[in-house]
Design a protein around this ligand. Structure first.
Ligand code: 39A
Length: 220
């Protein structure tokens, strides 16, 4: 199997089922995704939504406002997402670095690279790629625990994050004309990878129980 065939299978099953957001991640292209990528580490997305709503209510979904926020107050607003002190400190420091190195979110989104993101405290491969794909709208595929789980179900074991990510790139970028034919609109690489990752998360969440007990071939 290649990643194009996986894309086809997920599309045939009807994913994305939630079409509210074209890029799947709510408010893609905004600073909110940067905050969400940190908050979502080791917790459920429903908890992140509560934290993000709290930050929004205090006008803190902005790198300048977060840079100046009181860290303790911040930790209370994001408490639902867990690791509240650590995440508050990391959010604040990341915001300060965005302001210091780029001067604002738009400049950050245009100019940041993976190396800069990976040098930030608390930003690993998955968070860096989520920020690149969904906040900065770059053609990057996010690889997470759902992705690993799904591919393992097909008997694939990858040695590293980069190797698994490369598997995704190879399978679809080498068949771009066929990818384009799957969509009723003119799809670009960012949109494809953003939605592809969303399909995987939706599928794994919907089939969480079955994935533990039944062969993947029965579900696809
Ligand atoms: N685990 C997740 C999600 N589940 C999600 N959505 C649903 C919308 N996002 C954006 C990130 N991580």
């Amino acid at each position: 199997m290649n990643s194009f065939e996986l894309l086809l299978a997920l599309k045939r099953l009807g994913y994305l089922k939630n079409e509210r957001e074209k890029l799947w991640w709510p408010n893609s292209g905004s600073f909110e995704v940067v905050a969400g990528a940190i908050l979502t580490q080791q917790t459920k997305w429903s908890n992140v939504e509560i934290s993000l709503a709290n930050l929004k209510g205090r006008h803190l979904l902005d790198p300048f406002a977060l840079s100046d926020a009181d860290e303790y107050e911040l930790s209370l607003l994001i408490a639902k997402s867990g690791f509240k002190s650590q995440k508050a400190a990391r959010l604040k420091r990341l915001s300060q670095n965005i302001v210091a190195d780029f001067g604002g979110f738009e400049e950050f989104a245009q100019n940041v690279d993976r190396e800069w993101l990976l040098a930030q405290k608390g930003v690993g491969f998955e968070s860096a790629d989520a920020i690149l794909c969904y906040a900065c709208l770059k053609p990057v595929m996010v690889v997470d625990s759902y992705t690993n789980r799904l591919l393992k179900g097909f008997g694939y074991e990858f040695e590293s994050y980069d190797e698994l990510q490369e598997w995704f790139y190879e399978g679809v970028l080498g068949r771009w004309e066929r990818v384009r034919e799957l969509y009723s609109f003119d799809i670009d690489e960012n949109t494809l990878f953003a939605r592809f990752h969303g399909k995987i998360v939706e599928f794994c969440k919907e089939n969480a129980k079955a994935l533990d007990t039944r062969p993947l071939a029965d579900l696809m």
